[in-house]
Unconditional design. Structure first.
Length: 96
């Protein structure tokens, strides 16, 4: 189970992870970003984790909460720089 310290360690060591767990939102610090319509986040996808809240992705230093349906697409992009735009749904793009 990835907790606060593990996310920080993965970020510090640039290790990329993909796990499933039930992670209470209180264990995530800072709280995950929920993209509003027209918001975009860009950065290296360091980790993804399936939680009871949805898919938690660590993009750069930012934890982002996304729909679980994006899991298979994001799993292929761990370790790469990506952009996720919320525009009538979620749009993924590789930045490299």
């Amino acid at each position: 189970m990835i907790k606060k310290a593990a996310w920080a360690l993965a970020e510090a060591q640039n290790k990329h992870t993909c796990t499933k767990t039930t992670l209470p939102s209180s264990d995530i610090n800072p709280p995950p970003l929920r993209l509003s319509e027209l918001d975009e986040v860009i950065g290296e996808l360091n980790a993804i984790e399936e939680t009871n809240m949805g898919l938690l992705a660590l993009i750069g230093k930012i934890p982002v909460l996304l729909p679980s349906e994006l899991g298979p697409q994001l799993a292929e992009l761990i370790g790469r720089k990506i952009g996720i735009l919320h525009l009538n749904g979620y749009r993924l793009r590789k930045m490299e």
